[in-house]
Design a protein around this ligand. Structure first.
Ligand SMILES: NC(=O)c1ccc[n+]([C@@H]2O[C@H](COP(=O)([O-])OP(=O)(O)OC[C@H]3O[C@@H](n4cnc5c(N)ncnc54)[C@H](OP(=O)(O)O)[C@@H]3O)[C@@H](O)[C@H]2O)c1
Length: 383
């Protein structure tokens, strides 16, 4: 295993961290973790030098923390730093902070958490927890020794990230979605640089875009780019090495779902290092990004000129979900995202065909027509 700088802390983190969010399950049911297999995978990773374990209150229908607690028995607690997260979207009043922390420590069977993160911060959850005094509360609990460091994970646009990072001086870490397709998405590369400049350890989540850029074989235009390199790397290895090449990345979490993936990612991590890619390698990743982007049928650049839609349709998000489905061949996930992540009035069938969006779209996209096609492809029939 290779180890890396962890922000301003006098401690080195393994290049690969284990994310306990996509553990192997039985009968395709996230409720039913295949415990013996998941246990063996996490212990194997720790034995191979992984020293960062990431879980959270809701993972696997609230069963992940309990299993992580079992993995950490028999002396394994001392071999890793443990990160878990407060479910900020469930917090209604200040007393909820203690309620969740106590519940989580009980599940994990630990008397101290190393990294406690405010989970999935966005503009609205940050405002709520800040107004309820989460920072003062966290400082008290750290002074009492219940957790050692405070961080947050993030899902919103860059300006919100900047507001959070600069809004408190004692963050130890920030967890962001970052991979070679998401350099301008959410915190993005700009957020990585900002956080790292301020001494935060940046923990990367979704390094493989939730598995979407790990397809083997990848779609033909992408495969053709990879074939131009003499490196014998899988698409997953390319994605990880691209991250580990960057000094601002502390650790890269992987939500591994099989023992083979654990073994492959451990082997990849053992060959990683800052500055280990050549200029040709970096140029190849740029071409891979272009190849994936060329697969997207709707030429939407997410510029948002079309917003606000007079009837509330979330046009860029609708198009992004559809483009991802085509580019990565992930229709199941896209249907789930379309029907569950969008509010009913943001969905494409709310288009009243006023055409205001088409007048301003710099890409001259036939938005009305595409909205109808996307809705037909992704909407679940009413029950
Ligand atoms: N705080 C937050 O808001 C938040 C959000 C997301 C994630 N996270 C954390 O960050 C961790 C990492 O994110 P992630 O799980 O999305 O990571 P990821 O690495 O982008 O995706 C994991 C998926 O990639 C595939 N995979 C992994 N290794 C592979 C390999 N060697 N070859 C081929 N496919 C491979 C597997 O998918 P298959 O199912 O295709 O096998 C696996 O389930 C999570 O586990 C979680 O702990 C936090």
């Amino acid at each position: 295993m290779k180890y890396r700088k962890f922000g301003s802390l006098d401690w080195e983190v393994s290049a690969l961290g284990f994310g306990a969010m996509r553990l192997p399950v039985m009968e395709d049911d996230r409720n039913k973790i295949n415990e013996p297999e998941a246990f063996a995978m996490m212990r194997l990773a720790i034995d191979a030098g992984v020293n960062y374990l990431d879980t959270a209150y809701p993972y696997h229908q609230q069963q992940s923390e309990g299993l992580v607690g079992k993995v950490l028995k028999d002396g394994y607690r001392d071999k890793v730093k443990l990160a878990t997260k407060m479910p900020c979207w469930l917090v209604k009043e200040a007393s909820d902070f203690d309620l969740y922390l106590e519940k989580q420590m009980k599940r994990l069977e630990v008397d101290q958490i190393d990294f406690y993160l405010l989970h999935s911060l966005n503009q609205s959850t940050w405002q709520t927890v800040k107004d309820l005094g989460v920072l003062d509360w966290a400082e008290k609990r750290m002074a009492e020794g219940l957790f050692t460091h405070l961080g947050f994970s993030f899902h919103d646009d860059y300006p919100v990230f900047e507001e959070i990072v600069t809004g408190y001086d004692n963050w130890t870490l920030a967890q962001i979605q970052y991979n070679y397709m998401d350099i301008d998405y959410q915190a993005g590369r700009k957020g990585l640089l900002l956080a790292s400049d301020r001494g935060l350890a940046v923990v990367v989540m979704e390094p493989l875009r939730g598995g979407r850029i790990a397809n083997n074989p990848p779609p033909a235009p992408v495969a053709r780019v990879f074939e131009t390199s003499e490196r014998n790397w899988t698409p997953a290895a390319w994605a990880f090495q691209w991250l580990w090449d960057q000094p601002q990345v502390a650790t890269t979490l992987s939500g591994m779902s099989t023992m083979d993936q654990v073994q492959e990612n451990l082997a990849t991590a053992s060959e990683s290092g800052v500055g280990s890619l050549t200029d040709d390698d970096r140029a190849l990743i740029e071409k891979v990004r272009e190849a994936y982007s060329s697969l997207a049928p709707i030429p939407c650049t997410q510029c948002e000129y079309c917003l606000p839609c007079p009837n509330g349709v979330a046009i860029p998000r609708v198009f992004s979900i559809y483009n991802d489905a085509v580019s990565y061949d992930t229709w199941g996930h896209a249907k789930w995202a379309y029907n569950n992540q969008l509010k009913a009035d943001e969905m494409a069938d709310n288009c009243i065909e006023c055409g205001e969006c088409e007048i301003v779209c710099p890409q001259h996209i036939e938005i009305i027509d595409w909205l109808a096609r996307v809705h037909e492809a992704l909407a679940q029939p009413a029950e």
